[in-house]
Design a protein around this ligand. Structure first.
Ligand SMILES: Nc1ncnc2c1ncn2[C@@H]1O[C@H](COP(=O)(O)OP(=O)(O)OP(=O)(O)O)[C@@H](O)[C@H]1O
Length: 211
């Protein structure tokens, strides 16, 4: 379980999150709210890609920053905007990310194959990322986040830019992982997944509250 207590985050004078407290249990949490409300910011804090200006984050009862290493060891993170290495193939990129997570290459290769098979990307895994469309990039970033069966999965708009069928395939994998992991996902299309979520939290005007 992940907990946030009285978290604030500002950029310059702009206070994006203002005293946010929330608990993320095992299961799917959807983060909704208007554009620019701070959903991605919240996700970056959960994924330890940024630090809050104030407040506490705890993973399985242990406070960050002490628990940061333990959290990162079980984290899968799919940010919204990523600079992908254009000259690598999707598979090379995935194996590189898996190595950073400490996953052995054989396991990673098998997992990447299985995941990409499920989301219509498998035929392209040996192609260079430079040739990928927006939707293919989105699925690649999602697939690398799923490697190693993360116990904490932070997903920023994983189904954006995907057609309905592909979005449903990605959603099915997310729901499966949420059976045993803390999954936090931002989305502008909460309706489709809300029935499968343990909670839908609305981020608005610096605050987070149940929808
Ligand atoms: N690194 C940064 N430097 C300055 N301002 C930032 C930075 N990151 C985010 N912001 C600002 O913080 C606010 C929240 O941004 P954030 O991306 O978290 O919103 P969001 O809810 O995810 O929006 P969207 O739904 O459009 O993706 C915005 O006003 C944004 O301009």
């Amino acid at each position: 379980m992940l907990t946030l207590t009285d978290i604030s985050r500002s950029y310059g004078r702009k206070r994006v999150l203002d005293g946010v407290s929330a608990t993320f249990p095992i299961g799917l949490t959807l983060l909704v709210g208007p554009s620019g409300a701070g959903k991605s910011t919240l996700l970056r804090l959960l994924a330890t890609a940024e630090k809050p200006n104030a407040g506490a984050i705890a993973w399985d009862g242990a406070a960050l920053p002490g628990a940061r290493k333990a959290l990162r060891a079980v984290l899968g993170y799919a940010p919204q905007a990523v600079d992908l290495p254009e000259d690598l193939t999707a598979r090379e990129f995935a194996l590189h990310m898996a190595a950073l997570k400490g996953l052995d290459a054989r396991t990673a290769d098998l997992q990447f194959g299985a995941i990409t098979e499920r989301i219509g990307l498998h035929a392209d895994i040996n192609n260079r990322i430079a040739t990928f469309s927006g939707g293919m990039r989105r699925r690649l970033v999602f697939a690398q986040a799923m490697l190693g069966a993360p116990r904490l999965l932070a997903l920023d708009e994983p189904t954006a830019e995907l057609d309905g069928e592909t979005a449903a395939q990605v959603s099915a994998l997310i729901v499966e992982r949420a059976a045993e992991a803390v999954v936090v996902m931002t989305t502008h299309l909460a309706d489709a997944l809300a029935p499968q979520a343990v909670q839908v939290l609305r981020v608005d005007q610096g605050r987070v509250a149940p929808q």
